[in-house]
Design a protein around this ligand. Structure first.
Ligand code: SF4
Length: 304
């Protein structure tokens, strides 16, 4: 059974639907990256996965062995800073409370777990320092220790490297991968940038205005993208080899208001291939090859 299964999940925000009919699952050991621009619904989905926001339609099914309180959460570095301007040790310890939604009362087990995770991350020496004195890389190691403090099976990583310098970013991503293999963790990694997730994940889900428009194994997404939006995102990634040219696809118009998305296919106002039916009817989620699904009328036509 899947660790988490989203079945036709729709979620509202301030009275308007911002996530529409999501269907995907994540198995033990997966590294799933969810990619999308601001307004794609990523953050709302994260809140519901963490139990901080109700689902309005459909359901999120958790495996019997997975409690929501055992899901680790690794936020952007800036969120850690906002949370708790205290000592490093207290920040790690607070991970235990955050997950249980409790008032500050620490058990001996909480303290033991916090020290263990600091040792694992090699940050015991920082324990007495104040959080605000840490470097960007140290802060994110601290964030990882805090996420691990609940002994999670699954960690939701919410743009964890977007605020870091490129050099530190690689270190943190490598550390996360090491820990994943060592502790048999499952990751859901949220990002707005397909270039960041290229080297780390196994599967990629691309979201646009509250819908998953394409989901596939990493190789399928990067080598054989089908949805016009995924193609546009990939065309914006700089090529490391200056001899290799890739045609940049410039999307027209701005991202529409997520609370009032266009009818039919949400992407139709910016899609270079849009036709009449795209604005009238929601396209089907088509399986174009095993494990590769696309929400687009073009994919449907190619299949028939
Ligand atoms: Fe473009 Fe139509 Fe496909 Fe939407 S359904 S991505 S508008 S071709």
């Amino acid at each position: 059974m899947a660790l988490i299964k989203c079945e036709n999940v729709s979620i509202g925000y301030e009275g308007q639907m911002v996530v529409h009919g999501l269907n995907f699952e994540i198995n033990q050991g997966d590294y799933l990256c969810i990619v999308g621009e601001n307004g794609s619904g990523k953050s709302t989905l994260v809140k519901s996965l963490l139990g901080l926001k109700n689902v309005d339609k459909g359901k999120i099914v958790f495996d019997d062995g997975l409690k929501q309180t055992e899901i680790g959460y690794l936020p952007q570095q800036t969120d850690v800073k906002k949370d708790f301007p205290a000592s490093v040790y207290e920040v790690v310890l607070s991970g235990r409370l955050n997950s249980r939604g409790m008032k500050p009362f620490y058990t001996a087990e909480d303290k033991k777990q916090a020290w263990e995770k600091m040792d694992m991350l090699g940050i015991r020496d920082l324990a007495k320092q104040c959080f605000r004195d840490l470097s960007g890389g140290q802060r994110q190691r601290l964030g990882i220790a805090r996420a691990l403090a609940v002994n999670p099976k699954l960690i939701i990583c919410d743009e964890p490297v977007s605020a870091l310098d490129v050099s530190i970013r690689a270190q943190v991503l490598n550390l996360m991968k090491e820990l994943k293999d060592k502790l048999n963790l499952t990751y859901i990694f949220i990002s707005h940038d397909l270039s960041v997730v290229h080297h780390i994940c196994d599967r990629v889900a691309v979201m646009y205005l509250g819908r998953v428009v394409e989901i596939a194994d990493k190789k399928q997404i990067y080598e054989n993208p089908v949805h016009p939006y995924t193609k546009a995102l990939l065309s914006a990634i700089p090529m490391p080899d200056p001899e290799v040219k890739r045609e940049r696809i410039i999307l027209q118009g701005d991202v529409p208001n997520p609370a009032d998305p266009p009818s039919g296919c949400h992407f139709h106002k910016r899609c270079p291939y849009a036709k009449k039916e795209c604005s009238e009817t929601v396209p089907p989620f088509v399986t174009v090859e095993p494990g590769h699904q696309v929400l687009c009328w073009l994919a449907e036509e190619q299949q028939s």
